[in-house]
Each structure stands twice: as C-alpha cells, then as structure tokens.
Design a protein around this ligand. Structure first.
Ligand code: XMP
Length: 182
C-alpha cells in the first residue's frame, strides 16, 4: 500500500500482524480474562484513543460483570524528559475497592503505563491488572507489571487496529509497519 502523509513524505505499509492472527490472539486473551476475573465485578479502564478497536473486540468476549471507563493521556507526556503524564480526560467512575483491568494499545518505554498505574493505585482499587495489545520491550525505561500481552514486537513504529500515524490508519484491520522514503 502506498500513501502520502500531510508532509508529502512517500511511505508504504507492510503487514506485521494479520487481522486473522489478531483475532485468534484476542480470543485467547479474552479466555484468560474470563478465567482470572470469574465472579468479579470489574471496571475496565481503557486509555484513549489507540485502544478503541482492540477494546471493542476484547470486551465482546468478556463473560464477567464489567463496566467501562476511559482515561485520556497525552502522548506529549511520554516524549518529555520529565515523563510527566498529561491527563486530558480523567476517570468518571469511582474505582475504590473495585477490581480494575487497565487496557492500553502498546507498551513502549513504559512511562505512560508507569504513570497511569501509579495514579490508579492512589485511588485504592481492590486490584489492578493491565492488558496491552503490543509490547515493544527494546525501548523500556520503566518496568511496569503487565499481566496480559497480545504480541511482543520489535522496535518498529506500527499502525492499524486503533494505532495511528498522525491520526491516520487507525481503521486498518491489521497491524502494519510504516516505511518512509526520504
Ligand atoms: P510509552 O513509551 O509511554 O508509550 O510506553 C506508550 C504510548 O506511545 C505511543 N506509541 C505508539 N503509537 N505506534 C503508535 O501508533 C507505535 O509504534 C507506538 N509506540 C508507542 C502509544 O500512544 C502508546 O500508548
């Protein structure tokens, strides 16, 4: 697939993880969640916006009682040296004494999830577990506990299945790698 971004840089996309592989893996993840959260009342907290496609597939297989809430965190936070999290949308639900399942699209340096987990722990949930679709371990700076991982991938910039490049390509049914030509 060929395309041009806003800066007219020519680029192509290669499939890294097919839609079929994603579907199969998400099904297994949902089965693990059903086993581990059986009988619990859970608040699923998803980070906007990259999780939306993954989240929609994941929660449709969930069989335990759950409610859904969102947090918006700015990616600028993870790019600054301070690593400070910029919260653009806070939780609406009270998660105190609730079992929380945090869902994110991709774990990279770990700064985002480290800060979000710290923030959630301060709200005193009964338990906190984290599920990510993708894990890029090569660039990790902060060690964060993550109980459920869809795929471990190499250090490449990926798009699709909710992930974007300058807000494009979230709609792709697969995970693709952007290749730019100077
Ligand atoms: P950190 O470094 O805090 O980053 O673990 C997590 C956030 O960075 C974004 N991110 C990506 N977004 N393709 C994307 O579309 C990528 O390859 C990628 N790597 C990191 C993403 O917002 C994630 O939540």
């Amino acid at each position: 697939m060929k395309g041009r971004d806003h800066s007219e840089m020519t680029h192509s996309l290669e499939v890294m993880i097919s839609a079929r592989r994603i579907r199969d893996r998400v099904k297994v993840l949902t089965q693990e969640l059903n086993r581990d959260f059986q009988g619990r009342d859970v608040v699923v907290v998803a980070l906007l916006k990259g999780t939306v496609v993954f989240l929609a597939d994941l929660i449709r297989g969930i069989e335990f009682p759950m409610r859904l809430d969102f947090m918006g965190v700015s990616s600028y936070g993870s790019k600054t040296q301070s690593g400070k999290l910029i919260v653009t949308q806070d939780l609406r639900m009270d998660v105190r004494d609730r079992h929380v399942l945090l869902v994110d699209d991709i774990l990279d340096t770990g700064r985002t999830l480290h800060a979000v987990q710290r923030r959630l722990r301060r709200l005193q949930p009964a338990s906190l577990r984290t599920c990510v679709l993708l894990d890029k371990p090569e660039r990790r700076e902060k060690q964060v506990p993550v109980e459920y991982v869809g795929f471990r991938i190499p250090n490449r910039f990926v798009v699709g299945y909710g992930l974007d490049w300058d807000e494009h390509y979230r709609n792709l049914p697969h995970i693709g790698v952007v290749k730019t030509a100077a």
